[in-house]
Design a protein around this ligand. Sequence first.
Ligand code: ATP
Length: 417
Amino acid sequence: MIKVSGVSKTFKSYHSPADRLKEKIFRKKYHREITALQNVSFEVKEGKTLGVVGQNGAGKSTLLKILSGVLLPDEGSIKVDGKITGLLELGTGFDHELTGLENIFMNGTFLGMDKDEIERKKDDIINFTELGEFIYDPIKTYSSGMLMRLAFSIAMHAEPKCFLVDEALSVGDAYFQQKCMRKILEFKNDGGSIIFVSHDMNAVKTICDSAILLDHGHIISSGDPKDIIDYYHGIILSKSHMGNTEVIVNEVIDDHTGHKNPSASTGEVKLLSFKVLNSKNEEILHIESEQVVKVIYQVKALKELSDPHFGLHVRNNLGLSVFETNTYCSGIKTFTLKKGQVAELTWEFLFSLSAGDYSFSVGVANKGYGRDAFEEYLLMAHDIEVLKVIPNSNAIVYSGVFNMKPKIKIQERLGKE
Ligand SMILES: Nc1ncnc2c1ncn2[C@@H]1O[C@H](COP(=O)(O)OP(=O)(O)OP(=O)(O)O)[C@@H](O)[C@H]1O
């Protein structure tokens, strides 16, 4: 288990190195203070994964550096009943003039292994990297992917109690990333704690048991990864909104599930109704796969919207995006909505999705530009309805996300002996 209590970190930022010197000589403040982390506390239990999300500059890297011991916090403490290792800052504790093998000894020592331990694990470390003869080359000749292979292998073989995973993992090729993910899951199943920092929201939803959202060094929300990411998207929406009205981000607690359904809105439109129907126009909560599903919703404009656009997002029970588009991206012409006017949207799909629960979210924006951007994001309402899809006994048996309905052909050929 890892317990982080009240961690804060402030950096001094100087415009130029001369300012640092001037500050010393004239005893006057020549710096700006940047609070990278402010009173950050959380816990990650054994065998659990915590996701850390937030915009650029939110404090994620600073947190990782403090956790790995590269930086010291100004305040607060970190308690862990063992080692914390990870991938951050590829090359921390590496000497680029030395070979891969020599670096195993150097970096291994940096990660708290003694010489005998490294000697014992050396072959396993090398085998995991699959670097072959390259292990005898100086690492300055390595690609970033090769360096990552080496760093990951050493960090994992140091037998940590907590493993830090960040974007550095993504410099590996697809094959090695998968290999690392399998190793990370093995580590987790054996009781290891993981802190996972990523901008890949789907990965956070899939891998993490809980998540924290950092904003300007503060934890502004924590809990179920799906809720945190929806909340995060609401914040992004409010920051990217170019209109004059403030975006309000709300967390509406669902009475039935206890889930937070975050919504973000400028208050310039209102979602009046939302219905999920079958082909007979009956409202439904579940449907057999491969059937027609209609989604109908009404939006009222509370101000005139010159170029309104409407979106729909379907996600599975893990919160993974199954399908998302809007009228703008689909090339559908809309019309000016006068203040008080209502637009009704009908979406019709053949629901060839595998059995499971699917949620619907609605977005409304104004003035599309470029490929898929808007000047004004007006509303984002998450998980308004959930539709249960049950297997269709007439369909083929398959696993995965949706039925791709393959045309499969098999022919007998004369084989050569
Ligand atoms: N060494 C430093 N000196 C001065 N300011 C710093 C230093 N390191 C980080 N900061 C500042 O601290 C804040 C948090 O930075 P940090 O790198 O932790 O953010 P982040 O969430 O990791 O961002 P990103 O997603 O871009 O990697 C930023 O405002 C950054 O400018």
